[in-house]
Every structure is written in structure tokens, then in C-alpha cells.
Design a protein around this ligand. Structure first.
Ligand code: UDP
Length: 380
């Protein structure tokens, strides 16, 4: 009855499903949650304000193919996403760039430092903070120290429970120091959010005669993993199974749980026009939460009374009921544990692992959509 079974309806599962469906394959999606869209899911709150239930998601890409694919299912509210860091009450543009430099230092010092940075790295360069810190030039080192202390250290301690030295350089490298006057958080050609929201975009993507979606459906109730075969409702299933969930859970966490960071989202509504006048403020030297997002500035929604914000409180995921594993914790030990689970999945020749959870990676939306489209092409 079905050619392919896809576990999970987030960006990975939905994009793969659509691509395979358009090639004529009949797809069943099993989604554990009561809704589609994975962590991109958005919905109106009690006040009619569109909120991102699992934290702020901003789409950005320079991949034409990804942009074209998603644009078939939505129009866009386009903006250059900007973030400010609240440093002892002062709002500074981040990523730290030449504009930030002039806000932190007096004009004369900033001019001198700008010259040194441009000579050393060239205009337009992007330097990860951990690289900048290694520079032996005393003046560059002083800038690196400022950025490290005021932008990275405390925020990273909150987010990961570890220092920037202890976590993968890939993570802090996502927010490099910019030798430019570009205040945008991302430098990609296309950025914004779907005009009617992410959920609406994924609904359109999954609206295809060859796709059946079952929500509130635990895949373990439909699929049985025997020694080397997968049974679907008791019979061998030889079509492809694309799994986008946490890999350890597929095997009852037999070797122990894969570690993740989770977030507690606390939403607040205010009966006033604006809370912070902008979409995202990172708290890099104070507070227990990492950032505050004010949704109306992220979604461009105009017809609202009042405003809704969310504060993010990070904590270590334990796997308890109701917790969500948001971020893989990238290090050698965890990778080795992940590989053990991959080996466990290898006897099932028709299983493909896809996405942040199943691949234990830190994917952006565009990167995972690209990977999903490639996988769907690869499947014969
Ligand atoms: N980071 C930081 N201060 C900031 C922004 C980011 O220390 O103001 C570090 C932190 O370790 C964070 C990482 O850079 O986890 C990546 O940030 P990004 O904004 O990409 O995280 P995401 O939006 O994916 O949570």
C-alpha cells in the first residue's frame, strides 16, 4: 500500500516526502506529535499572535535549489535578521562587527583597531572567536578578549553548561566576528519567514495525493525491527524507511542515552504595543535565560493587540516525558556513542537516517532541506 514510510514530519521528513511523492511513490508519514512541522511549528497563541512553539526559527539560505523548492509552498516575509546583545544594559549589534567596535571603543581607538583588523584579515572576512583569540597581536587579542568575555562566555555557559573552549568550535563558529559593517545575523542571500508561517508552508508541502500523514502516531506501534527486517503492521516492509527521530530511541537507548541540550520556553504576553521593539535580544552577560524573542517583529504580524515574547532557559535533556532534545552536543565521546547506534541500524538496508536528531548534527533549516532533497533523489 505504501512505497515509503517516513518517521517525522519536520523539515527533513516533509521535504523528502514531497520529493518522493512527486516521483510517484506512495508515502506514509508517522508523526509522534499532534502536529506537523517539527520544531518549525508555529501557531497563533491565545491572543492571536503567531508564535514559534519551539523557539525562534528564521529561514536563511544561499542555496538557489532550496529556496526554489520551498518557494513553491509559500511566499516570504523577507528581512535581514538582526540580533542585539544586551551587555550591561547597552544593546550591541551581533555578530560583533565594525559597527559594534565603534560602540565599544572611543572613535580614535576604534579607527585604529579597524585598520589593524582590516590589514590582518581583509575587509569582509569572518573570523571565529576561538581563532581571533589565538592571534598574537596584542591589540587584536584585546578585542578578542572583549568579545569572548562579553558575547560568548556567559551565553555559552548558559546554553551548553560548558565554556567555549569545551564545546565544538563549529558551534561558536556559527557566529563569527565580521570585518564589515553588516549588522545582519546571517549573510545569506535569502532570509525571512514564510508569509503565513512555517506550519502553513509544511501543510502545503504535505498536501499531495501520494502523501498520508498520521499525527500522534508512535512509529513503534506500526513498525517492528526484527534481526534484520522491518515489519509494518506485521508484514515485511521492503520500501525505504526514512527515520528522522532520535537514533538511540529507536533502539530503546540500549547503549545509554545520546546527550542533548534542551530548552524551557517561557512565553509572556503584554498588553502593550511593544516589549523590546525588535525581534531578538541575546543576554550575553546577565540573566538565566539566553535570549528574548518578540514574535511580532519576527513574523511581521500587524493585526495584533499586545505583544508576545519568549524567554529561553537551557538545561540538560534527560529524556523525561515532555522534554525535547533540541541540540546535539558535538564531541568525540558522543559521536562514538552515536556511531554505535548507526552500526546497530546498518543491518536494515532500507533505513535512511536524516535530520538533526537522526544524524546527531547541528543543521540549519536550509541544510536539512538540501540533504532531504538529495536523499530523495538518491533513492531508486
Ligand atoms: N553564542 C554566544 N553568544 C551569542 C550568540 C551565540 O555565545 O550572543 C554562541 C553560543 O555558544 C551559541 C552558538 O554561539 O550556542 C551558536 O549560536 P546560534 O545563534 O547559531 O544558536 P541557535 O540560534 O542555533 O540556538
Amino acid at each position: 500500500m505504501y512505497d515509503s514510510i517516513i518517521i517525522g514530519s519536520g523539515a527533513a521528513g516533509s521535504a523528502a516526502a514531497r520529493k518522493l511523492a512527486e516521483r510517484g511513490r506512495k508515502i506514509l508519514i508517522l508523526e509522534k506529535r499532534s502536529h506537523i512541522g517539527g520544531n518549525c511549528y508555529d501557531r497563533p497563541d491565545d491572543y492571536g499572535i503567531l508564535i514559534h512553539e519551539y523557539g525562534p526559527h528564521i529561514f536563511h539560505t544561499s542555496e538557489e535549489e532550496v529556496y526554489r523548492f520551498l518557494s513553491r509552498f509559500t511566499e516570504w516575509y523577507c528581512f535581514g535578521h538582526e540580533v542585539a546583545a544586551n551587555v550591561h544594559g547597552k544593546l550591541l549589534p551581533i555578530p560583533f562587527n565594525l559597527n559594534t567596535l565603534y560602540q565599544v571603543y572611543d572613535r580614535k581607538t576604534a579607527e585604529e583597531l579597524e585598520g589593524i583588523l582590516i590589514r590582518e584579515y581583509g575587509e569582509g572576512s569572518r573570523i571565529p572567536i576561538m581563532k581571533l583569540k589565538e592571534n598574537p597581536n596584542e591589540k587584536i587579542n584585546a578585542i578578542a578578549d572583549y568579545v569572548y568575555q562579553n558575547i560568548f562566555l556567559y551565553y555559552t555557559m548558559k546554553q551548553w553548561g560548558q565554556t567555549p573552549e569545551e564545546i565544538s568550535p563549529e558551534v561558536t563558529g556559527r557566529v563569527p566576528v565580521l570585518i564589515s559593517r553588516d549588522n545582519r545575523y546571517f549573510q545569506d542571500k535569502y532570509q525571512g519567514v514564510p508569509k503565513d508561517g512555517f506550519t502553513a508552508m509544511f501543510e502545503k508541502m504535505l498536501n499531495h495525493p501520494n502523501i498520508t500523514v498520521k499525527t500522534s502516531a508512535d512509529c513503534r506501534e506500526y513498525l517492528t525491527f526484527t534481526e534484520d527486517k522491518i515489519l509494518f503492521q506485521g508484514e515485511e516492509f521492503t520500501g525505504e524507511v526514512i527515520y528522522t527521530g532520535a537514533l538511540d530511541e529507536l533502539f530503546d537507548c540500549e547503549y545509554g542515552r545520546l546527550p542533548y541540550r534542551s530548552l524551557d520556553f517561557r512565553f509572556e504576553h503584554f498588553d502593550r504595543e511593544s516589549f523590546q521593539g525588535r525581534s531578538v535580544v541575546n543576554y550575553t552577560v546577565s540573566e538565566d535565560y539566553t535570549r528574548i524573542t518578540e514574535f511580532k517583529y519576527l513574523t511581521g504580524q500587524k493585526d495584533t493587540d499586545g505583544t508576545t515574547i519568549v524567554k529561553e532557559y537551557p538545561y540538560a535533556y534527560t529524556g523525561s516525558e515532555g522534554e525535547v532534545p533540541y541540540y546535539a552536543i558535538l564531541n568525540e565521546e558522543n559521536q562514538a556513542l552515536y556511531e554505535k547506534y548507526v552500526r546497530k541500524s546498518e543491518p536494515y538496508k532500507n533505513v535512511y537516517l536524516l535530520g538533526r536528531l537522526a544524524e546527531y548534527k547541528y543543521y540549519n533549516i536550509d541544510a536539512i532541506v538540501k540533504k532531504a532533497l538529495q536523499l530523495a533523489d538518491k533513492i531508486k
